[in-house]
Design a protein around this ligand. Sequence first.
Ligand code: SAM
Length: 453
Amino acid sequence: MERNGIVMRAMKMLHDLDRLLDASLDGFFKKPFHLEQQSAWIGHVPFLQWLLSSISPKVFVELGTHTGVSYFAACERIIEENMACKCFAIDTWEGDAHLGRYGEAAYETVSAINAEKFAAFSYLLRMTFDAALSKFDSGSIDLLHIDGTHTYEAVRHDFETWLPKLSPSAVVLFHDIHAQLPGFGVHQLWAELKTQYRTFEFEHCYGLGVLLIGNEIPAGLDPLFCSGEARHRTIAERFAFLGERWRHEVKRTAEREHLEGKIEKLNAEALSQKAEISDLKQKLKKEISDLQKKLKKQEAQAADKLELQAKTQNRKIAVLRQGYNRRREFLDLLFRQMGNGVREANPESQLPNMILPLWILGNADEFDIDWYEQNYPETSSRHPIVHYFEEGAKKLYNPSQRFNTKYYVETYREVGQLGMNPLVHFILFGRQRGFSPVPKVPNAPEAAPVPIS
Ligand SMILES: C[S@@+](CC[C@H](N)C(=O)[O-])C[C@H]1O[C@@H](n2cnc3c(N)ncnc32)[C@H](O)[C@@H]1O
């Protein structure tokens, strides 16, 4: 008993799956080849495909095609089911009051797709709906989709002008019957038509109205028009569920493409930044190397300068030392002479009177014995200090570059009045009183050693 129950349940489940695999449901699950994010029609594609299979129209006309989402979904189904149906897409492909004006790209794309896939049975009529009317015989259209301008007046005009062209069992589709948008009046017309015709409606994706022209319900549309309210709701909800799927997929694809675009842009930016960084690195490397070279050069120059300064300093020290030594020698000589009792040996000698000034000159840094010898070579018979004391000062000779005799005696007249040797005067009095040993004017030409007349 129990076993039988299990077998029965399994068979029922298999039977349910068989229904799911029914070829007539293919249209519900197959992804339409042409989906455009900007079309609000995407959500109705599964129903349109089912409708075509159900009524097999001989002539399908669409008023308002734009990018072709609804139109190509119909064409795709017609090919798949190998139907003998002629399709006509009528549109100016210029846009309207609600969509705004758009460019040529939409028509070019639609035209290319049509030529490639559906040229055998599908025709694009680029003109106004009114202008296309004359191309159709009365009572010739089995399925009409009205999706042009959505004002009440426009949609009413489209319905009324195309009504005579519809076959007695024609089906008319109205998009946007639930669009409550500024200027949209399809909902108003739909409310009126509902009272005059047999209708079925979907609420999702701004709503789609299905209207039967004749009193007879075409075979295949019974589920839509003959079942009760609850079944109608379920049918509408399930088609909405199927349609929403494509809407989400298109949205996801658009988001993915947007993100991919962003990633591509970021990658390009990163690449260009990488190149910039590497460029900067190169520049920096070069700048560092240039700076290092410059630094090395400056260090070498500074070292040379220091060496030169040290050499100059050493030379100066050597010169000073030599001058000092020579003055020391002179002072030793002077002491020896004094020790030898010059006066006792030669009562006429002036040396004792000269001892003090000579001793002062011998200690003076302003006396450069070498310099004096080189500049006044004719004095070689006497010691330079003695010569300067006895004769050189009167001739305005200088004891060194550090003392200008002419300048000193001319500037400080008391030196002449006291009859003192100018350098001795400077050492004893001048220095303390702030007298200058050389002209104060910077870069003044050195006074020439002019003898006193
Ligand atoms: C909402 S779109 C069509 C959407 C399309 N069915 C889809 O699946 O996306 C409306 C189109 O109707 C066209 N249109 C509006 N009024 C028209 C008229 N009187 N004559 C010709 N084309 C018209 C516009 O150019 C526009 O491309």
